[in-house]
Every structure is written in C-alpha cells, then in structure tokens.
Design a protein around this ligand. Structure first.
Ligand code: AKB
Length: 320
C-alpha cells in the first residue's frame, strides 16, 4: 500500500462499479484513506468493514461541504448517476441528479482545491447517427436518452472546468460493465449481468434485447484497471478532457448464451425485447479506443469466454 498522503472520496460507492472500485482504492491507498459515500449504507461486508462510510445525497451541497471539511479530500470519484433505462422512467429527475450532482462535485473540487476528479461517461453519449462500428473518439453525437444527453453535456462541462479553471478532471466512456459482485441498477446493458445469475440457478433467462443486438461490453476487472490507469497517468499525457473511448469486447445476447452453454449445456434463453431494445439500437456496436491506447496504454485483458469462465467460477464459489 502506497503512502501517498491522498484522501479519496467515492460517491456512489455502493453501486456496481463503486463497490469494486472502492475496495481496490482501499488496497492502494489504505482503508481509512478512502471514504465510501452513498445514499444507502453498504450491504457487502468487505465494503462495510474495510473503511469509513458516509451517507451522502450528492444533491445536498451542505453535506458535501461538511464531508470535505472533515476529510480534506485530494481525489473524488463521482460515480452516482441514474442510468439509461431508469432515466427514461423519470427524465427530469435523471437530468437533475446527473447534472446537478456533477456541478456540485466540480464546484466543491474547485473550492476545496481537490487535485483530481474522476467522472464516468458512457457509450450512451452516442446516438442513432453515430457510426456504429469502431465508433471514433470524435464523431457525431446525438444521444436520445436523458442519461446519454446528461453524459454528453457532463463531458463538455468537465472539459470546460479543465480548460477554464485548470481542474484535473478525467473520464471514461464505459461500455456495458459486467461484474458478479454487485447487481447493477437500471441500465440497458444489465442483461449481461443478470444472465449469469439465472444460468447458475438453472433457470431460463428472458432477455429484454433481441438475440443479435451487439453492444460493446467490459468485464469489471478491466473497468477497474482502466479507471486506475487513467487516474494514475501523468497529467501531461491526458489529451482528452471530456472522456475517453475504451473498448474491450462486443457481443450479442445469443453469443453470451452460447458462451454460458460451454459450461451449462442445458441453459435456455428466450427473447422478449422491450423499450430497452430501442436504446440499445441507438448505441455503437464496437469502439475505437486508439486514443486511450496511445495516451495511457489502455489494453483490456478479458474476452467473452474468459469473462464467462471467471464469473461462473466465482459465482459458484460465492454460493457454496
Ligand atoms: C447503461 O446501460 O445504462 C449503462 C451504460 C452503458 O452506461 N450500463
């Protein structure tokens, strides 16, 4: 564990990405130097027991200011957001949480001289007129979900705070994230998480996307690695201040089912596309991440089959 003198705040620490990222940050910086913050307390014992937790609503600037005075943060990872599918149920609230939450964190960082901020963007910044194969870093962006619109606007604000105020904000356009430790909430790519849990329970899986809907995806250990590689890269190497494209793998529901069948031969999947199909159809199928490769050496480690093998193995261990 490095004694860097850093004090790190993770907002949204109990979510799918947050719960794993917080644990990794605690390994790196020491448990007491990484504050997990969320609107509800952690359920995972390792997250609960490995360092401080603070109940925080990112829309409450008073609570954020109190926390900043108590801990003197040097880094903030602001992960709290309403995702694509849930956002469509309550667009105005999604916009408020995603945008006001970001402003609250950016302004706090400026006032308190926080030296580095991480803010996640998403492939949802792209839209129906974006080239869908090898989607470039700079291209047409016409998102048509409130989540995507908030992420695109948020990217521009992050770049603005960097350019106008010199705030060291860094971001990644995550593809669909697949992990087994915490369940995701309200995303269009989340079928690729649920499917493993159903398969291991011996249940058939009803997929809300069509069988041939390709989307870019990433296994959680790669997402953690990408995040930390970006955050630990020297500032002068960061040439993209809105958010980096990062890719790892692309697959369709019928392919993840086939990958699972290599381990659970009688696994069954049916398709019942709903409103999320339209969201998925507006997103890229694969991502050109050459900028992230050039600037901070991005390379993923997992493909669909190695991810499936690892998830099934670990989920089995967790259940025994
Ligand atoms: C979602 O599906 O909303 C998210 C994302 C791609 O950002 N997983």
């Amino acid at each position: 564990m490095a004694n860097t003198g850093d004090m790190v705040l993770v907002i949204g620490a109990c979510g799918q990405l947050g719960s794993e990222l917080t644990l990794e940050l605690r390994n790196l910086y020491g448990g007491s130097n990484v504050v997990a913050a969320d609107i509800t307390a952690p359920k995972q014992a390792d997250l609960r027991d490995s360092g401080p937790f603070e109940k925080v609503d990112v829309l409450n600037t008073g609570v954020l200011a109190e926390l900043a005075s108590k801990y003197n943060f040097t880094q903030i990872y602001h992960l709290a957001a309403v995702l694509s599918a849930t956002g469509e149920q309550n667009p105005k609230f999604a916009w408020r949480l995603n945008m006001d939450g970001l402003f609250n964190v950016l302004d706090l960082a400026l006032e308190r001289k926080v030296s580095k901020i991480f803010w996640p963007s998403s492939i949802a910044v792209f839209g129906p007129n974006t080239p869908r194969q090898d989607t470039p870093q700079y291209t047409v962006m016409d998102p048509n979900t409130v989540y995507g619109i908030s992420k695109q606007a948020g990217e521009r604000w992050c770049a603005y705070y960097f350019e106008k105020y010199g705030l060291d904000v860094r971001g990644i356009r995550y593809p669909g994230l697949v992990g087994y430790k915490a369940l995701p909430g309200g995303g269009t790519t989340d079928y690729a998480v649920d499917i493993y849990h159903k398969a291991l329970k011996g249940k058939a899986f009803e997929c809300f996307l069509n069988k041939d809907t390709y989307l870019p995806m990433m296994y959680m250990p790669d997402a953690i690695k990408a995040t930390l590689d970006l955050m630990h890269a020297p500032a002068e190497q960061i040439t993209v201040r809105d958010s980096y494209n990062v890719g790892a793998m692309s697959f369709a529901p019928q392919e993840i089912a086939a990958s699972i069948r290599k381990h659970i031969s009688d696994f069954e999947i049916t398709y019942q596309p709903d409103y999320r199909q339209q969201i998925a159809a507006s997103w890229p199928q694969s991502i050109d991440d050459s900028k992230a490769q050039q600037d901070w050496g991005w390379q993923p480690a997992y493909n669909l089959d190695t991810m499936t093998e690892d998830i099934l193995l670990n989920l089995k261990k967790m259940k025994t």
